[in-house]
Design a protein around this ligand. Structure first.
Ligand SMILES: NC(=O)c1ccc[n+]([C@@H]2O[C@H](COP(=O)([O-])OP(=O)(O)OC[C@H]3O[C@@H](n4cnc5c(N)ncnc54)[C@H](O)[C@@H]3O)[C@@H](O)[C@H]2O)c1
Length: 319
């Protein structure tokens, strides 16, 4: 999938009527081109990934007479495509949707592959479904207005692909442009999703770093992709110390500055226990990498995990 210019992209949007859009993206890029459309704007997409906003958005479009044959276009970062895609998956028992990612993280991951959902007090994305967009439209022009933290967050998620695909590792190591790296990540993810749409097998590897990462994200103010990067680091410290050098190399090539965190250990464990990938209540599921691009899925006893996390090596992560 290649990126197009913003004006080519907005031309392609002419065919559609119903939109869910991140307000910041709308104000920066789309206000003058999307005229006479039915648009629900998200002021604060991550905070709005809730059941309450889900209902509000559904009712907004039902009031506007949306029909099952209509398509919902979702434009924004991962929070917008997760929430908007989830609305599309349920509204009138499911309508088609188009995803238009506007952050690096959404372009390489969140907006690709049809996982959609919302958060609850139990954790991130605890309610959701699999609903593939019928189309993705990509313009790297959107990236020009992203702030440094969002670029860093996208690069944090990019790190994951460096461990999963030798080709992407090479692109990162050669400091290739994002215009080259983004399509490579999309192609890699699409290939995996094609083999296992509902994540009952190989798709699980895309969760590398996310078990610890989601718990970090819930217990701190750290952005999703940077929480994933920290989650990968913790994961390697646990299972694959031989790859910590590779981690440092990728961090350096991508110019990622990892944030310092101090999370509450008990709260962190609670979120690990609630991880929806777990198969039983006393075992936590992890994706591990032994060698670059050689992955494994393992279930670790909660008791063992708790003991290990209390060791000195992990002290810097906790209060
Ligand atoms: N469904 C999946 O497979 C999947 C995978 C990874 C992450 N996610 C989800 O994605 C979300 C994180 O995505 P995100 O990092 O894109 O966050 P986000 O959608 O919250 O966007 C981050 C910030 O960037 C702003 N923004 C978006 N596009 C912009 C642009 N072009 N210019 C300026 N500002 C812009 C937004 O307003 C927001 O403030 C999380 O909710 C996470 O759970 C989903």
């Amino acid at each position: 999938m290649q990126t197009v210019s913003l004006s080519q992209l907005t031309n392609q949007l002419e065919d559609y009527e119903y939109f869910v859009i991140d307000k910041k993206v709308y104000d920066l890029h789309l206000a003058s081109s999307l005229i006479d459309k039915t648009i629900y704007l998200l002021e604060n997409p991550e905070q709005e990934k809730t059941l309450q906003s889900f209902e509000k958005i559904c009712c907004f479009f039902l009031d506007k007479n949306i029909k099952r044959s209509d398509t919902l276009v979702c434009i924004g970062g991962g929070a917008t495509t997760d929430l908007g895609g989830y609305v599309a998956s349920s509204l009138l028992r499911g309508i088609e949707w188009v995803s238009v990612p506007t952050t690096l993280l959404a372009m390489i991951d969140a907006a690709i592959g049809g996982k959609v959902g919302i958060n609850t007090s139990h954790g991130k994305n605890m309610i959701g479904s699999f609903h593939m967009p019928k189309r993705e439209l990509l313009s790297s022009d959107f990236l020009e207005t992203l702030d440094k933290t969002q670029i860093q967050s996208g690069k944090g998620e990019l790190l994951k692909y460096g461990f999963l695909s030798k080709d992407i590792f090479q692109l990162i190591e050669e400091k290739s442009s994002l215009d080259q790296i983004i399509p490579a990540c999309i192609e890699y993810k699409k290939d995996i999703v094609e083999k296992d749409f509902k994540e009952s097998g190989v798709r699980e590897i895309l969760n590398l770093g996310h078990t610890f990462g989601h718990a970090i994200e819930k217990c701190s103010e750290v952005e999703h992709g940077l929480a994933v990067a920290l989650g990968i680091k913790m994961n390697l410290m646990f299972f694959s110390t031989n790859l910590l050098v590779m981690f440092e190399k990728l961090i350096e090539s991508l110019e990622i500055s990892l944030p310092e965190i101090k999370v509450d250990r008990e709260e962190f464990l609670e979120y690990l226990k609630a991880d929806k990938k777990n198969k039983s209540k006393d075992k936590i599921r992890f994706v591990t990498v032994k060698e670059a691009s050689q992955t494994n899925i393992i279930d670790i006893d909660l008791k063992n995990l708790k003991e290990q996390l209390a060791e000195k090596a992990y002290a810097s992560f906790f209060r």
